[in-house]
Every structure is written in structure tokens, then in C-alpha cells.
Design a protein around this ligand. Structure first.
Ligand code: PMT
Length: 398
């Protein structure tokens, strides 16, 4: 969610049962890198306490237009100027009506009049109230005014009825809030990423593989999608959820990963990132039936797998090609060798001699090398490292 990093979100909460979801929304906005200040109407305070929202946001919650103490800390005009986005979630039918007709009879409605920032509302109400012609007219007036309308969702409601009027889930609201900001490093780009291990079958129940969890590649897929790219994630066998707005292709063997990667490049992609720990060799033959224990020794003959990234980099329709290198010694030298030998534009190398970074860890540290330069990305979560690497790739790809 790079577009929300450092964004100032003024979260307005109005009265409704969905107000409890706004507590979660505060956390998630902060997780996405946004700074959050909360304004609550009197109705909202009947459903959730300002203290809860204060504890979550880490800032005093504003409730009154005429509160001298709050005005002394950050006056309502200052608050209106501070915001990059005023987001009202939940927005009641009453609030939509007041906003549509420009009322300024409490702090939140006054802020909406005073701000120059975009305003977004996430309506939440009974389905009959949402369907009422007055509410529908109000939302059309708001749309005409340029107010962003997030939802509402449809389904079972707190009142027992079923239909449209449910506040969207915090995740959906966050994605739409991000869409309000159009700073996208990779808008219009198609990024293909390989992730995880491959599995090379010996017989129907045994295989050769490695310790890759897929976490690094999945974090990169999420970061690329958040940077506005269309993302295809070619994943070996891992137990991770597919990041939002990412198309996932599951593969098992290196040869399947090779085929899926080359197909994607044939169709056209701008950036290819090979995070996968591809098995270098596979058994020459895969037994049709489980190999029985009989002799003291058995011998496996292995044959080299195709080098996926080298084939991508050699392709006539070559994308900007980024490799990874997992090394336990002479890390930089080996990575430089791979950069050259595989004809890559960039390589990110991790020292996997310890257990705190690299394979199956939540953290990583990379040295990113390209033909005339390098950059060190020091120890951080894979989520953070992925964002930094995507930014670097976007800059270098130009
Ligand atoms: O999945 P995680 O648990 O999060 O761990 C992340 C990671 C350690 C797997 C990742 O950060 C990483 O370093 N991936 C590369 C692993 C590796 O072993 O690379 P390599 O040195 O074998 O290969 C170099 C490059 O060639 C890699 O980009 C690899 O994807 C690619 N390659 C390798 C062999 C092959 N047959 N085809 C390839 O495309």
C-alpha cells in the first residue's frame, strides 16, 4: 500500500453499529504507513468510545466544534488543512444528507466544508434506508461534488435484514483510499515474479526440494501490486495466501516454472523478478511407483534443469530482468558472476549462511547490484525490503 505511506488521513466516524470496524481501520491505515487523526460525531460516541480510538491512533480524538482544549492543540481549520484525505467510515444516512447539503452543524461536517483535501465516505445503514430515494439522491449529489463513495457492501445486516448497506471491510476501504492517490511507481507495468521452491519428483511420494518458503517473492508481488503494477506470480509449492490484486500461477517442477515464465514473457511483460529457489537438478527418471526399500544403496541420476532467468534474459522480447542470489560465502563475487553470466539487469543477493535472513525467515537483508552500481538494503522485514527493492527497480527500469 505504498500510496498511503506518509499520507495524513482524517478518519471521521459517525453513529452506526459499523463504528466498531473503524477501530480496525485505524490500525490498518497505520500499518499501510498513513498517519491517522480521528474525529467522532456524538452519535459515533454512543457506539465506540473516543478513548478506544485515541489509544489506537495515538492522538487525541476530536469530538466538538467548540472545544477550547482541542482547538488549542489543533484547531478545526488546521485539522482540515492537515488532511490529505478525509475518510468518513462509517457514514450514516444522516451524515450523507448533511454532507450533500453543505451543513456545518458539528465538527465533522464543518471539517468537510473547510478542507481542500479529497473526501471519501463509506456508507453504512439499513438496506431500506440506503434504497430510500432521499439517500440515493444524496449520494448522487455527493458524487457530483467529487466525493468518493466506497461501497456499500451487500449481505446480512446487524438488524437482521439482507441487502446493500453494509460498510465495506477495512481492507476494501484501504484499497480504495489508496486509489484516491495516483502516485504509482509501476502504473501500467506488467511484473512477473517467480517465488518459492520447486519440487522435483523421485517417485509418486518423494521429491527433491529446498527450504524456500516463498515469503520474499510474495512480499515482492504485494509491493509491486501496491505500486500499481499488474502482477503475475508464478509460485512453487508454498502455503501462503495470494496477495491482493495479484494473478497467481501455481507450479511444482522447475520445468513447469520455466514454461509458465516463458509463456508470460512471450505474451509481454516489462519486469521479470526471479526470487524462486529453483532446483538446479532433477532426477533423470521419475519412478511410476513408490521405490521399494531393498538394496543397501540406491543411486539417483540427476540432470540439469533449464535456467529460467537466463532464458528470459535471452528472449527477443526481453523484460527488465532481476535475479536473486542466495550465497553462503563470497556473496558479492558470486552475485556479480551471476549478473554477468545470466545477462541480468540487476541482482539482489542475500547471505544465507545464518538463519535470521533469507530462506524461510520473515526478515531479509540484500545487496542489490547492477552493472555500474549497487545499493545495500539493511536488515528489515521482507515486506519492507520488498517495497525498497520495487522502488529501486522502478527507478532503474526508468
Ligand atoms: O522463499 P523465502 O523463504 O522467502 O527465501 C527467499 C530466498 C532466499 C529463496 C530468495 O531471497 C533468494 O535468494 N532466491 C534465489 C535463490 C537461489 O538459490 O538462487 P540461485 O543462486 O540458485 O539462482 C540465481 C538466480 O537464478 C535466481 O534468481 C534464481 O531464481 C534463478 N534460477 C536459478 C536456477 C534455474 N534453473 N533457473 C533460475 O531462474
Amino acid at each position: 500500500m505504498q500510496r498511503l505511506v506518509n499520507k495524513r488521513i482524517l478518519l471521521g466516524v459517525t453513529g452506526g453499529i459499523a463504528a466498531y470496524k473503524s477501530a480496525d481501520l485505524v490500525r490498518r491505515l497505520q500499518d499501510a504507513g498513513a498517519e491517522v487523526r480521528v474525529v467522532m460525531t456524538q452519535g459515533a460516541c454512543e457506539f465506540i468510545t473516543p478513548l478506544t480510538m485515541q489509544a489506537l491512533s495515538g492522538h487525541p480524538v476530536h469530538t466538538d466544534l467548540l472545544d477550547p482544549r482541542a482547538e488549542a492543540a489543533m484547531g478545526h481549520i488546521e485539522l482540515a488543512r492537515w488532511a490529505d484525505l478525509v475518510l468518513i467510515a462509517p457514514a450514516s444516512a444522516n451524515f450523507l444528507a448533511r454532507l450533500a447539503y453543505g451543513h456545518g452543524n458539528d465538527l465533522l461536517s464543518t471539517l468537510c466544508l473547510a478542507t481542500g483535501a479529497p473526501v471519501a465516505v463509506a456508507p453504512a445503514m439499513n438496506q431500506q434506508m440506503w434504497a430510500d430515494p432521499a439517500t440515493q439522491k444524496n449520494q448522487l449529489i455527493l458524487q457530483e461534488k467529487g466525493v468518493h463513495i466506497f461501497g456499500p457492501g451487500s449481505g446480512g445486516q446487524a438488524c437482521g435484514e439482507v441487502g446493500p448497506g453494509r460498510m465495506q471491510e477495512p481492507d476494501e476501504i484501504i484499497h480504495q483510499a489508496a486509489d484516491v492517490f495516483d502516485y504509482d511507481l509501476l502504473t501500467g507495468r506488467h511484473v512477473v515474479i517467480t517465488a518459492g521452491p520447486t519440487r522435483e519428483p523421485i517417485d509418486p511420494v518423494r521429491y527433491l526440494t529446498n527450504k524456500s518458503s516463498g515469503k520474499m517473492g510474495f512480499a515482492l508481488a504485494a509491493a509491486a501490486a501496491e505500486a500499481g503494477a499488474r502482477v503475475t506470480l508464478i509460485a512453487g509449492p508454498v502455503v501462503l495466501d495470494t496477495p491482493n490484486r495479484v494473478e497467481r500461477i501455481n507450479v511444482v517442477r522447475a520445468e513447469d516454472m520455466y514454461q509458465a515464465s516463458l509463456d508470460a514473457v512471450e505474451k509481454g511483460c516489462d519486469i521479470f523478478i526471479a526470487t524462486a529457489a529453483v532446483a538446479d537438478y532433477r532426477p533423470t527418471v521419475t519412478a511410476d511407483h513408490k521405490i521399494k526399500k531393498s538394496t543397501e544403496e540406491i543411486h539417483l541420476t540427476l540432470v540439469k534443469n533449464p535456467d529460467i532467468i537466463a532464458a528470459v534474459a535471452d528472449h527477443a522480447n526481453r523484460p527488465f530482468t532481476v535475479g536473486f542470489a542466495a550465497e553462503t560465502q563470497d556473496v558479492i563475487e558470486y552475485a556479480q558472476g551471476k549478473l554477468k553470466n545470466k545477462n541480468l539487469d540487476m541482482i539482489a543477493t542475500n547471505d544465507v549462511s545464518g538463519t535470521d535472513v533469507g530462506f524461510n525467515s520473515d526478515n531479509n537483508a540484500l545487496t542489490v547490484i547492477w552493472p555500474n552500481g549497487h545499493k545495500v538494503l539493511p536488515l528489515a522485514s521482507k515486506t519492507q525490503i520488498a517495497k525498497q527493492l520495487i522502488e529501486l527497480i522502478a527507478i532503474r527500469q526508468g
